[in-house]
Design a protein around this ligand. Structure first.
Ligand SMILES: Nc1ncnc2c1ncn2[C@@H]1O[C@H](COP(=O)(O)OP(=O)(O)OP(=O)(O)O)[C@@H](O)[C@H]1O
Length: 244
């Protein structure tokens, strides 16, 4: 039976008078990648912040690893990479990796191995001794991703992980995400890149706080009579505006 790693049921959330999430229900199975797509401001980041317990739902339930969130004990099984890079700019890339790895409680040997492996993955090995304030935006993004992967979490939640990363490295990173999924990790990714969405097992299309469409890329293309997820996205936006 498939193991459900994260589950959100009937989630609603407002900021002041603005309803940002309206009755969102979705789930993530171990070994799969769920991609959240939608226009800017649709509610993707808020959805994942609610999954993590960083934001509190007004209504609905979130469970990860069969535990109702928020729950601190579960957090060490989750790797989260937000949209802004929370890095120490005065420290080098390596010092950042060591600092965050120690915070995660990794022992010296495990941490050293994880730093070697994940720095290679994001192609930062040669830049590890530079201070982060000399990094480009894409390099900071890659360092954040390496930090997120250090503790080998069972659930990865990545908010636009490939922004500022060039196409060839994007391909490598997606190959690695697929390899992690093949090791039974659950992965949630938000993206504005539609060919990345095509690589997901399941896509959730969020428009104005509603889960407007949800299913495999093939199912969504069939539902919208589209040949690509980009076309699904464009048609869905038109549908949404017609229905207002
Ligand atoms: N802490 C907050 N306080 C007030 N409003 C917020 C807060 N966080 C998000 N919002 C609003 O909620 C809406 C959804 O934001 P969210 O960041 O979830 O969108 P998104 O789909 O991730 O957008 P993007 O693709 O641009 O990252 C937006 O209108 C945003 O301005």
């Amino acid at each position: 039976m498939e193991q459900i790693v994260a589950k959100m049921t009937n989630a609603s959330k407002s900021f002041g008078k603005q309803q940002v999430l309206d009755g969102i229900t979705l789930q993530l199975a171990a070994g799969t990648i769920l991609g959240l797509i939608g226009p800017s401001g649709a509610g993707k980041s808020t959805t994942i912040k609610c999954l993590l317990g960083i934001e509190k739902l007004d209504q609905g339930v979130v469970e990860t690893f069969d535990t109702r969130m928020p729950n601190r004990k579960i957090l060490n099984r989750i790797g989260y990479m937000g949209q802004s890079d929370a890095l120490y700019n005065e420290l080098t890339g390596k010092e950042n990796l060591v600092f965050f790895g120690q915070l995660m409680g990794l022992d010296t040997k495990t941490l050293a191995d994880a730093i070697t492996k994940n720095s290679q993955l994001v192609d930062l090995t040669a830049a590890l001794d530079k201070p982060v304030n000399q990094y480009s935006g894409g390099m900071k993004r890659r360092l954040s991703l390496a930090i997120t992967l250090l503790a080998n979490p069972d659930l990865l939640i990545l908010d636009e992980p490939t922004v500022g990363i060039d196409p060839s490295l994007r391909v490598t990173i997606w190959q690695q995400l697929r390899a992690l999924a093949n090791q039974d990790k659950g992965i949630i990714v938000t993206t504005h890149v539609m060919d990345e969405a095509e690589k997901c097992d399941v896509i959730g299309l969020i428009i104005e706080g509603h889960l407007f469409a949800y299913g495999t890329p093939a199912a969504l293309k069939e539902q919208f009579h589209a040949t690509s997820i980009e076309e699904v996205f464009l048609k869905a936006e038109v549908h949404q505006h017609d229905s207002i």
